[in-house]
Write a protein that binds this ligand. Structure first.
Ligand SMILES: Cc1ncc(COP(=O)(O)O)c(C=O)c1O
Length: 414
């Protein structure tokens, strides 16, 4: 094995293998009930309709689909995306759109565009691990902002305070990263007031907002709240919001297909950044997804996804009520959408250690500590409800309840 350690770049040396993704491998053994992954439910993948759409492409446009394409994305797909967004009240032109190899690539593109080593990104405590990895891979850091007690967005006083201190201390902040709809990991959803307040803060400070919305369409309870991108469009339209969307949670993640919506000047920069990564997004897949969208069946898939996740989420919440020890310091979120809920345990319980005990009982979750860029909280965990079956949810929560009870008994004996 060659020793390239001293030759790797500073950025490469700052890239961290995700301990969570490493641990996930452990939890994928067949006899373990896993709440650890973030996989959508394969039951709702429209396999036959996708097969038919792929056949249409092979039968009618094969040569074009197998050729290089433009970096901006396939025209047919961008037309479908414009219609899709229009139905949700978002007005777009093609120059506001860049097709990407799903949101993770978009997170990398934005980080590449804005971040120099030592720069800062404002992000929630906790936040999506993949965004942290993208930021760290450009040798940048995160200024973590706690959420409000009501879990309806950032604690805005803390945001202002931390921002002012950072600026006074000479830190260079480049953008604000948020997931306002059913955040990964905790399932929090930002209120309209908090979205507006963050937009005002962005206008005041001149900072862009990177709004990551993979779960936006997966709302199974309550009313949709305008995205921050939409609020900007409806108001001052200053173009400070970069909005990321993906097919991963509304159709199939294996397509690796998503889109960025932003001001044309930002899109042009993103195009150049993307060119160095992969020239263009997979052309066949773009044409295939566009063909599928033209059938008009995507809305029905999204509806059945919402219905299924609502049933699974309710089942998990009810199982937690049944099997978790009843104490005021054991709480969980009741998300109105998305794929995850967030369980908080007594402060004496370290969920990194609890995971080992849980794995012995053949149940797994993701310990919360991995979702913090700094000073992690150790007594929380993320639980996925989209992938396991109802029976697995029931049995897995039962095993987890037992593991939690044992851990509490042990900590009280200590
Ligand atoms: C908040 C968030 N952003 C981005 C992604 C990446 O999604 P993809 O690259 O599949 O679009 C995920 C995946 O789980 C996520 O939770």
């Amino acid at each position: 094995m060659p020793d390239f350690g001293s030759l790797f770049s500073i950025n490469a040396n700052n890239m961290k293998a995700s301990t969570i993704r490493e641990l996930l491998k452990l939890t994928q053994k067949p006899d373990i009930i896993s709440f650890a992954g973030g996989l959508p439910a394969p039951e709702v993948f429209p396999v036959e309709d996708l097969r038919a759409a792929a056949n249409v492409i092979f039968d009618t446009k094969a040569k074009q689909a197998l050729q290089y394409g433009t970096t901006e994305g396939d025209d047919g797909l961008r037309e479908e995306l414009i219609k899709f967004e229009q139905k949700q009240g978002v007005e777009l032109k093609k120059e506001n759109l860049l097709v990407v190899s799903a949101s993770q690539q978009a997170l990398d593109i934005v980080a590449k565009l804005f971040l120099d080593p030592g720069d800062y990104v404002i992000a929630g405590r906790p936040t999506y691990l993949g965004a942290l990895q993208a930021i760290q891979s450009y040798s940048a850091k995160v200024l973590g902002i706690p959420f409000s007690e009501a879990q309806d967005g950032f604690d805005m006083d803390a945001l202002r305070k931390r921002h002012a201190e950072a600026v006074a201390g000479g830190k260079k902040i480049k953008y604000i990263y948020v997931i306002p709809d059913f955040q990964n990991p905790a399932g929090f959803c930002w209120s309209l007031e908090k979205r507006k307040a963050l937009l005002e803060f962005a206008y005041e400070t001149g900072l862009p907002i990177l709004e990551d919305s993979p779960y936006r369409e997966i709302r199974f309870l309550g009313e949709a709240i305008p995205s921050i991108y939409q609020l900007d469009q409806r108001g001052a339209n200053k173009g400070v919001v970069i909005n990321l969307k993906t097919f991963s949670k509304i159709l199939v993640p294996g397509a690796r297909m998503g889109w960025i919506m932003a001001d044309p000047a930002v899109i042009s920069k993103c195009v150049v950044a993307k060119q160095a990564m992969d020239l263009c997004t997979n052309v066949f897949t773009q044409m295939w997804i566009a063909e599928y969208m033209r059938t008009g069946k995507l809305d029905a898939v999204i509806r059945s996804t919402r219905e299924l996740y609502k049933v699974k989420r309710n089942h998990m919440v009810e199982a937690l009520e049944r099997y978790m020890p009843k104490r005021a310091d054991i709480r969980w979120t009741r998300p109105e959408g998305g794929l995850f809920l967030w369980l908080t345990l007594p402060e004496s319980i370290d969920t990194d250690r609890l995971l080992l005990k849980a794995i012995e009982k053949k149940v797994a979750f993701v310990a919360g500590s991995g979702f913090y860029a700094d000073e992690p909280e150790h007594n929380s965990m993320r639980m996925n409800f989209s992938y396991p079956s109802l029976e697995q949810i029931e049995e897995g929560v039962k095993r987890l309840g037992l593991a939690v009870k044992e851990a509490i008994d042990e900590s009280e004996r200590r």
